[in-house]
Design a protein around this ligand. Structure first.
Ligand code: HEC
Length: 210
């Protein structure tokens, strides 16, 4: 028992000498076992810098810089347009059709974006057989099903913007115009799949051996 008291008294003295009395102030910084990133060298907004000649920490943008995600003047003019921005009609349902004229330029843009952002999974023709399938990506649907052919453009817009199920969102990669352009291109892929002999002008059917 005497030994216990001796050890106890000794530990109290050691602890108090290391940690100090409760409430006493210390000039020394506390011991941080896991400092994480609480302290780091950084500039605070609008503070002074001794590094830069002009003394400002907020650096002006170098001349000629272009915003990486280019802004289409059309999108800022159409802030109230629910069809365009959300794929919804005035009742809040998925909108049918396109909120812009589908021109050749739109289709080409759509093809370009589709090949970059969709084809890897959904395949160049939208059959769900993209290259990622060979690396274990499963469950990618074929666009040429009745359900996806009938799915309103507005719902397509939502799927691309927010993702759905296993599919991720693409609104950070495709601006509003590009999302609509991709949908226009997908519609062309679907239409091509549904094409029949009748769609080919008569004088050109020979070329297809029909
Ligand atoms: C990384 C792979 C991948 C990419 C890239 C991808 N998708 Fe998907 N997509 C999927 C998968 C997986 C599903 C099935 C999601 C589910 O049902 O859980 C899917 C489903 C869909 C659906 C069907 C949603 C439904 O209601 O069944 C649409 C439409 C679609 N994708 C469009 C696109 C478009 C357009 C792009 C390009 C902007 C794209 N996807 C890019 C993997 C991808």
């Amino acid at each position: 028992m005497r030994i216990f008291f001796a050890i106890f008294a000794f530990s109290v003295v050691v602890l108090v000498s290391i940690l100090g009395f409760r409430g006493s102030l210390s000039e020394r910084p506390p011991i941080e076992i896991f400092p994480d990133m609480e302290r780091q060298s950084k500039y605070k907004a609008q503070s002074e810098s001794r590094f830069f000649a002009d003394g400002r920490t907020d650096r002006p943008v170098p001349p000629g810089v272009v915003h990486r995600q280019y802004d289409d003047p059309a999108s800022s003019e159409r802030l109230d347009d629910d069809h365009y921005n959300r794929g919804r009609d005035s009742n809040g349902d998925y909108a049918e059709g396109f909120p812009m004229v589908v021109s050749r330029a739109v289709m080409e843009r759509g093809q370009d974006r589709y090949r970059i952002f969709c084809g890897s999974c959904h395949g160049g023709v939208g059959d769900g057989q993209g290259i990622t399938g060979e690396y274990g990506m499963v469950g990618v649907p074929d666009f040429n099903t009745e359900r996806l052919q009938d799915m309103p453009e507005g719902e397509w817009f939502e799927v691309i913007s927010q993702g759905r199920g296993l599919m991720g969102a693409y609104k950070d990669k495709l601006n509003v115009d590009d999302r609509w352009a991709v949908i226009a291109y997908v519609r062309a892929l679907q239409r091509a799949r549904l094409g029949t002999e009748e769609d080919v002008p008569e004088d050109m059917r020979g070329e297809l051996g029909l």
